[in-house]
Write a new protein. Sequence first.
Length: 142
Amino acid sequence: MSDVRIGDAERERVAARLADEVGTGRLTLAEYEQRVDRAYAARTAADLAAVTADLPSAAPRPTPSSSVPTARRLPVGAAWAPWVATSAICLVVWVATSLGAGHALYFWPMWVAGPWGAMLLLGTLTGRALPAPGPCAQSLPR
């Protein structure tokens, strides 16, 4: 194993690990520069292992695909429920004011329910539901 030749990818991994070790305080900048020079000069796995031999074993680095959080989505009903409730309240207010006036007033609830409902319908049909509240929204007092 020690005579196995290495490539640029292995050297880059060790250089990134050395940079992490500077961040944790295990290496000074001078030590980092010396070790990076040795890492880029290494030709075999043994040469490269010697650069990090006195450092604690590294935790596996997350792959870029696993480091991207997946978006949580609200169920469709949870997206539509506030629209239904708000539209119903507006409709009740419109009916009450129209009855009080003795005739049908201008149907203003369409300006509340219409655009909002159109956006919800578009999101439902295209499969783009509303994102679930993040950690900031969960920490707000209720």
